[in-house]
Design a protein around this ligand. Structure first.
Ligand SMILES: Nc1ncnc2c1ncn2[C@@H]1O[C@H](COP(=O)(O)OP(=O)(O)OP(=O)(O)O)[C@@H](O)[C@H]1O
Ligand SMILES: [Mg+2]
Length: 511
């Protein structure tokens, strides 16, 4: 196949949001049958550019050619007719509908006046088999995992006959084994002749699957490179504008008393089976305890129980010696617990509310933001301006709706709010999900600073490199039980991998 045929050409694209240029003279060329990575910092303008290509946003100026023909992609229907399909950063599925209904929604096959469900189902199953995208067409979307939801999104664009596929941070929500599988799917699609644009912050993924990379910085064009000719360090430097160290200096901290003590905890998952089975552990002041494990081994239920979002069946959750098992989330927050949740759109932010209001979600009723029931707008504004600066949140204004922030900047808002509240216990679930390498460095340094200030941190992450770099001790969860507690300097990723599959640690356990 001739890889040089330009299937998409975007030239001099500008997108102006009320005077703020999210895209400022961007160029992008996609060759037939290639995987092109689109790289840039949080808020650089990647999702905006792809929304323009898929007809969701109109560019302020610039031109687009598809297959050599200049065209105005005025709405998603036009994009669909051109064979362009996008899997969005935040999935757009209807949760109360089944998988099959979601895939065919808006693109129904009819038999006379009637919906031909049988034919639609057959077509979906054939696609699912052909691309190794395993799904259960009868399941309600509300009951399936994010990895499954993503497969539904991919099938949805394939069902519509797309041969130009855009993936906006598809791996941010996936666990390492799911990512591996997804990389295969991408390769398969490209081998079939599909042309793919992949947005990701993970440089190794670009190295693994992409042919070329287009880099943008603050809405501006930095250039396009063949992936085989560019190092990870160079990509990082081009995207942030200065060299990135990727190494952390961790100060020695003597741990203090236990801030969180979990004792013999039992928690059930939604269907009533045990998810956390008689688990006990402590997190001390000045310590980061990392929880490693394959997704679905009790991490969600454990954190939900600690933060008051899920009932625990038995056992104790002592926070500064006070048993807070089965207490309301607000009481737990007020006892000094910060929570950076895994699902930022579901639990972390109120998307319709402004950035400033999102930054005071749990403290709006307290001084200085409210006094005798009167809201102090000046304080709220000052607080927001301070945090936006301190945490490098990229936003045209503190009045912007949370949902209009770029994905990574939404995550920064949550982290800023939670760390600002000066809690003794910080629960961080995948805190750097969706963040660019520069922002990851900032957040990691921030968490280490909190540790030096004597905070107790419970870090749950599927990224072993993150667990290894930050933790003082690592507790490995398998099937709701502790399969080992190790120190990062005394273990390897291979040993952690074994513990994660349930091979128990013999001998010394550092508790
Ligand atoms: N509707 C809107 N109104 C105002 N500003 C917007 C709107 N949509 C996006 N922006 C701004 O445009 C900038 C670019 O956002 P975009 O979502 O394209 O970034 P991104 O590169 O995808 O970042 P991330 O990696 O964090 O997802 C951000 O600063 C964002 O706040
Ligand atoms: Mg984005």
């Amino acid at each position: 196949m001739n890889k040089q045929k330009n299937i998409i050409e975007m030239k001099h694209i500008v997108k102006d949001f009320d005077g703020f240029k999210a895209n400022d003279d961007l160029n992008l060329t996609l060759h037939q049958g290639e995987i092109l990575a689109l790289l840039g910092e949080n808020g650089a303008g990647k999702s905006t550019l792809m929304s323009i290509l898929s007809g969701l946003l109109a560019p302020t100026s610039g031109e687009i050619k598809v297959n050599g023909r200049q065209i105005a992609i005025v709405n998603p229907t036009v994009a669909k007719q051109l064979g362009i399909g996008m899997v969005h950063q935040h999935f757009m599925l209807a949760h109360s509908f089944t998988v099959l209904e979601n895939i065919i929604l808006g693109h129904e096959t009819t038999k006379g006046p009637l919906l031909d469900l049988k034919q639609a189902r057959e077509k979906v199953l054939a696609l699912s088999e052909h691309y190794h995208l395993a799904i259960d067409p009868n399941q309600k979307v509300a009951n399936i995992t994010v990895a499954q939801q993503q497969r539904v999104e991919i099938l949805k664009v394939l069902y519509r006959g797309a041969d130009i596929l855009i993936f906006d941070e598809p791996t941010a929500v996936l666990t390492p084994p799911e990512i591996k599988e997804f990389m295969h799917i991408l390769k398969n699609l490209a081998n079939e002749g599909k042309s793919i644009i992949l947005i990701t912050h993970k440089l190794e993924e670009i190295k693994k699957v992409a042919d070329r990379v287009t880099i943008i910085r603050a809405g501006k064009d930095v250039g396009s490179y063949a992936v085989k000719d560019i190092s990870n360090e160079k990509m990082a430097e081009l995207m942030v504008g200065h060299p990135v160290t990727m190494k952390l200096a961790k100060a020695a901290v003597e741990p203090g008393k236990a801030i969180l003590a979990v004792k013999d905890l039992v928690v059930k998952e939604n269907r009533g089976t045990l998810a956390v089975k008689h688990l006990s552990f402590n997190v001390h002041a000045g310590e980061i305890l990392g929880i490693a494990g394959i997704d679905g081994n009790g991490q969600d239920e454990l954190v939900e129980a600690i933060t008051g979002l899920r009932h625990s069946s038995s056992g104790e959750i002592l926070i500064k010696d006070q048993d807070l098992a089965n207490q309301a989330p607000r009481k737990i927050t007020e006892a000094g617990v910060a929570n950076i949740p895994a699902d930022r759109q579901k639990y972390g932010l109120i998307l319709q509310m402004s950035v400033a209001d999102n930054l005071i979600l749990q403290s709006y009723y307290q001084t200085p933001f409210s006094h005798h029931g009167i809201i102090n707008f000046h304080q709220i504004k000052q607080h927001a301006q301070k945090l936006v600066k301190k945490f490098d949140i990229l936003t045209p204004s503190i009045d912007l709706a949370g949902g209009e922030l770029s994905g990574g900047n939404q995550q920064k808002v949550i982290i800023a709010r939670e760390l600002q509240r000066n809690s003794d216990l910080i629960i961080a679930f995948q805190p750097t999900r969706g963040l660019d390498v520069g922002a990851i460095e900032t957040i990691h340094k921030q968490l280490l600073k909190e540790r030096e200030q004597g905070k107790a941190i419970l870090l749950v992450s599927y990224e072993l490199s993150e667990i290894m770099a930050l933790s003082d001790r690592i507790l490995v969860l398998h099937n709701g039980e502790k399969s080992g507690v190790v120190k990062p300097e005394e273990t390897t990723e291979t040993e952690l991998g074994l513990l994660m599959t349930g091979v128990k640690k013999e001998g010394k356990v550092v508790d």
